[in-house]
Ligand binder design. Structure first.
Ligand code: 5AD
Length: 349
């Protein structure tokens, strides 16, 4: 085992140079790195894989991120927006399938005012489910209103910590504001998830090391890391992307430095390798978000091409992944799967 991997396993700290070295490492060192992340995952968060039912409720977006298939200027995207009661209905279905957490994700769609969001959140809360939101940049007051209505967690990827690259890829947006959002969410008591894309055009290894250090500095509770996959209807159609191995290394290093957080095996991993999410689960990840959006819509929620399960029903998504999880000797999480609920479960015994 390389000395830097040993150091990370023991201290959960690496310098930027050490991170860069391991991100650049050859196949043998990379193999040891993924194995070490798997062991640290087992030691800190156990063998349970937490499932979160993902509802992609609108692909209408006011932003124009160069990499994203649902960017405002993509005229080829078929747009849809679920009605509030439709979203609540899908959450009820997800509850019947056994999901304990709902993740509500959408483009930044202005139809969903604070009032409408709070209506949806408070109704889903009645189902006794944990609620995660992933709906972009909002004001402190809006985040506060969602929290009071019953939201528990929030996902907002920083995308990249290279500010120049961020501003080039996300025109009209501000990196500082995105960071402000993550800080506000933490102050409000959300469990905060962030994350990044790996393999963006002109992204350096050094900035990927910074991304990992950023997650640590911000003390985030969850990190979603996935490869950038070019979408044909975007300005980055001809970019390379698809950096599967580098994404895995980034994820594994994040596990080593933040040993007790939640790390999803992202759908983008599966889009590049038919076994991508299982490989991720064996390289540091402990969460999977099966899609419960429903077949009529989910093919249109195309951030990137190659989503594997677009024709599967929600129940099939869950059963299929459950079988695969058991096949690698892991179990499906029984609780909500956040730290607070872990403690609650103990007191219930
Ligand atoms: N490839 C991979 N991931 C993407 N995302 C958006 N577009 C792409 C793409 N082309 C990711 C972003 C966003 C998340 C919801 O999806 O990181 O935060």
């Amino acid at each position: 085992m390389h000395e830097f991997i040993d150091k990370a396993v023991e201290t959960h700290n690496l310098t930027k140079d050490e991170l860069v070295f391991l991100l650049n490492s050859n196949k043998q060192i990379a193999k040891d790195l993924l194995k070490a992340a798997d062991e640290v995952r087992k030691r800190f968060v156990g063998d349970e894989v937490h499932l979160r039912g993902l509802i992609e409720f609108s692909n209408i977006c006011k932003n124009n991120c160069l990499y994203c298939g649902i960017r405002k200027d993509n005229r080829n995207a078929t747009r849809y927006r679920m009605q509030p009661d439709e979203i609540i209905f899908l959450a009820e279905q997800a509850k019947k399938y056994g999901f304990k957490t709902i993740v509500m994700q959408s483009g930044e769609d202005l139809f969903f005012t604070t009032e409408r969001m709070c209506y949806i959140i408070s109704n889903i809360k009645k189902l006794d489910m944990a609620i995660t939101l992933s709906i972009g940049e909002k004001s402190f007051e809006e985040y506060q209103a969602y929290k009071e209505a019953g939201a528990d967690r929030y996902l907002l990827r920083i995308e990249t910590t290279d500010k120049e690259l961020y501003h080039r890829l996300d025109p009209g947006m501000s990196w500082e504001n995105r960071k402000r959002c993550l800080e506000d969410l933490a102050v409000l008591g959300y469990e905060v998830g962030s994350g990044s894309m790996v393999g963006l055009p002109n992204q350096t290894i050094s900035s990927i090391a910074d991304d990992i250090l950023f997650f640590k500095e911000m003390n985030i509770d969850m990190a979603g890391i996935g490869p950038f996959i070019p979408h044909k209807d975007t300005p980055l159609a001809n970019a390379t992307g698809r950096a599967f191995a580098l994404s895995l290394k980034t994820m594994a290093l994040t596990r080593l430095l933040l040993p007790d957080i939640n790390i999803p095996a992202t759908t983008a991993m599966e889009a590049l390798d038919p076994n991508g999410r299982i490989i991720a689960l064996q390289s540091g990840a402990n969460v999977i978000m099966p899609n419960v959006t429903g077949c009529e819509y989910k093919k249109f929620y195309e951030l990137y091409p190659g989503k594997t399960d677009i024709n599967d029903t929600p129940l099939h998504c869950k059963t299929d992944i459950g079988i695969k999880i058991n096949a690698i000797g892991r179990t499906i999480g029984k609780g909500y799967g956040n730290r607070g609920d872990f403690l609650k479960n103990v007191s219930n015994l």
